[in-house]
Structure formats: C-alpha cells, structure tokens
Design a binder for this molecule. Sequence first.
Ligand code: PRP
Length: 179
Amino acid sequence: MMKDDLDRILLTEEEIQNRVREMGREISRDYAGKNPLFVGVLKGCFVFMADLMRSVEVPASVDFMVVSSYGKGVKTSGAVAIIKDLSQDIEGRDVVIVEDILDTGVTLSYLTRYLQNRRPASLTIATLLDKPERRRADVDARYVGFTVPDYFVVGYGLDYAEKYRNLPYIGILKPSVYS
Ligand code: PRP
C-alpha cells in the first residue's frame, strides 16, 4: 500500500478539506462581482484546484498550463519552459494562478512575470502549500493553505516519480523510498 511508504501523515483529509473551503470563501469575498480565471499549473494542481473551485461561489473560469523547470531538483538555471500555454487571452481578466506547492519559487516567479506581460486586470497566486525555507526567488502568494517545513511531501496531487498523487491526504515520504 502507498501508506507504507510514508513516515507519517502531515495533513489529514479533513484538515485539507476545511482549509480549502476557507480559501474558497476568502476568494469568493475578494472576487465578489468579478469573474476570475483560475489558471492551474499542471500536474500537481489538479486535485487542489478541483476542490478549491467547488468552494468558490463567484462565476469562475478555468484554464491550465504545463511548465517544466530545467534541472528539477537542483534548479540552478532558474529557467522555466512553457510546455502548454493558456488557450485564451487574459488581457483585462482577473487571474488566479493555482499551485499545489510553492517551493524555491522559481516556477511561480517566472510564471508571474510571463503572465503579467499579457496585461491581466489583476494577478494573484493561490497555493495549497508553502515551503518558505526553500525559497530562492521572490514570490508573493495571496492565498496560502498551509506553511510547511522542508519535508518530502506527497499526496493530494503531489508526487514522487509520478506516484502518490491520488492520496486524499498529504504525507511525509520515507527517505528510504527516494534515496
Ligand atoms: C512542482 C509544483 C510547482 C513547482 C514548485 O511541480 O507543482 O509547479 O514544482 O517548485 P518551485 O517553487 O521550486 O519552482 P513539478 O515540477 O514537481 O511538476 P508536477 O506539478 O507535474 O508534479
């Protein structure tokens, strides 16, 4: 079982669901009278985004991007490749970037600049997890679900070698699994 690969559970399904609902309410208040466009950064975002969207009570649209950081794990270059771009124009739109985790910040710092060039009316970030200890690039996330220490976390969209994304909670992976 996947659970056997975990040291322990960091965030239970209930804790995540409660917090995501709160984030949805907060976004609904902030975007009252607007029609925000949620931009998910695949693949990690998809579980969080599906739950978050259903807690948002203003009319919202969705789109997705696929990006890839060069030298993942080391991330020395700070360069990010756009594998799949948005399928619509965002000029004048209220855009909310949705991420599962803000780690070094390289991805979101690049993406923010990239999308800002297209002149959206506003651009904010909603991330489920924030690992500030690892930050290398400046990123300002308006909505943060949980601030977490520098553990190897998996589940609820987050993977190790494409596994564990389907866990309904977030766990800390045993070092023996990845070392
Ligand atoms: C993760 C996460 C962010 C990025 C954050 O994606 O979804 O996009 O890393 O890291 P950073 O702050 O250090 O840039 P990953 O590249 O693991 O791809 P995935 O979403 O397909 O799992």
